[in-house]
Design a protein around this ligand. Structure first.
Ligand code: NDP
Ligand code: KPL
Length: 336
């Protein structure tokens, strides 16, 4: 499929569950896509991604190029118009921004972050003040049950916007052009990608779901989101945390949070989750089960710092955060 996408040269860092699907659909539109893999490197290099998707059917996706590091991606002189980061957001384990510097030689190269959480852009802005940053919220259900094997549901939506476009240190027009081209290419590849003005509002709106269901499903003993809702006390807790997130988000962004697609506020998130025909396993629960670190710093920690800064009480989120961090510590140490 030839389009303006042919001008895009993308480096996808962290081609796991979510990254593989967005890389695939971008390449389908005509873009050149290099993926940086880690634990799945050998499997993807040898056989590509085997993707089973309700939206797109069953396919083998072979990226334009598969590399094991960002240094390898630039070693032959390759240059990229954008670096799309799809790793888990774990700034508590070390500054994540250091990994991609070699691919940002041009100040026009745009960093695109497709991750959950709040404050994910801050380390990148601090380290690369001259590069545009785009922040993207994904509504997708995708897992990687084995290296290079991807299972995807039917949702694919991306909502993206420039981070702090008023920051004069970088070329916002170049960032907007790159984001526009990416959005058009994803749309051509079957991913509804919309460029929005208030992407931070959208981020907080998505957090309503993640900061409630994700940790509580772990703390309740490892249960589906629907199981939480079927218990009256847990349902009340989920809704109470959701309302705390909404209050913090509104204080920080200075405006009511926008609806997320057709979901406007906590009660709607609960209704939609309850009516889903599939049991919903939040990503934190998957990480807990596999003894991997969970994204609590960006889903609870940073939002709680902002709550304190903006004078918003969030006692239930605080409890959930404290317990989750300890549960993670025990789990990673092998004590649970
Ligand atoms: N999956 C989903 O349905 C959704 C996910 N999200 C968000 O998207 C983000 C990505 O999630 P997801 O795809 O599920 O996560 P995965 O764990 O499936 O994928 C992340 C990938 O990044 C790799 N990685 C981590 N660090 C590096 C690095 N420094 N260099 C190269 N590769 C690296 C990991 O390798 P390794 O295997 O070695 O750790 C892994 O392959 C998260 O913020 C998540 O919250 C948002 C909406 C839905
Ligand atoms: C629910 C889901 C898959 C959203 O699309 C998610 O963001 C998560 O589990 O962390």
């Amino acid at each position: 499929m030839a389009s303006d996408a042919a001008a895009i040269s993308a480096l996808v860092v962290g081609a796991g569950a979510l990254g593989s699907v967005y890389a695939w659909r971008l390449q389908e539109s005509g873009a050149r896509v290099t993926v940086v893999c880690r634990s799945n490197y050998a499997a993807v290099r040898d056989s590509g991604f085997r993707i089973k998707s309700e939206a797109f059917g069953e396919h083998t996706y072979r990226p334009s190029r598969v590399v094991a590091s960002v240094d390898e991606a630039v070693a032959d002189g390759s240059r990229y118009s954008c670096v799309i980061v799809c790793t888990k957001a774990l700034p508590n384990l070390g500054d994540p921004s250091g990994d991609i510097g070699a691919a940002l030689a041009s100040p026009q190269a745009t960093v695109v972050l497709i991750q959950n959480g709040i404050g994910i852009e801050e380390p990148y802005r601090a380290r690369y003040p001259r590069n545009p940053i785009a922040s993207a919220v994904a509504l997708i259900d995708v897992t990687q049950p084995a290296a290079g094997t991807i299972e995807h549901g039917s949702r694919t939506v991306l909502l993206a916007g420039l981070y702090r476009p008023e920051d004069a240190r970088y070329d916002a027009a170049a960032g907007a052009a790159t984001l526009g081209a990416l959005s058009a290419a994803w749309c051509a590849g079957g991913i509804p990608c919309t460029v929005v003005d208030r992407v931070q509002g959208v981020r907080w709106a998505k957090l309503i779901w993640n900061a409630s269901f994700n940790p509580i499903s772990v703390l309740a003993g490892g249960v589906y989101a629907q199981t939480l809702l079927a218990d009256a006390d847990c349902r009340e807790l989920v809704l109470a945390v959701m309302h705390e997130v909404r209050r913090i988000g509104e204080a920080v962004t200075g405006a009511p949070l926008p609806p997320l697609l057709d979901m406007d506020g906590p009660e709607a998130y609960v209704r939609v989750t309850e009516s889903s025909p599939f049991p919903c396993t939040p990503s934190m629960l998957m990480d807990y089960r596999h003894r991997r670190p969970m994204e609590h710093a960006v889903i609870l920690g940073r939002p709680l710092e902002l709550a304190r800064e903006f004078g918003v009480d969030a006692p239930r989120m605080q409890c959930v955060y404290a317990m989750l961090k300890l549960a993670e510590k025990q789990r990673l140490a092998g004590d649970q």
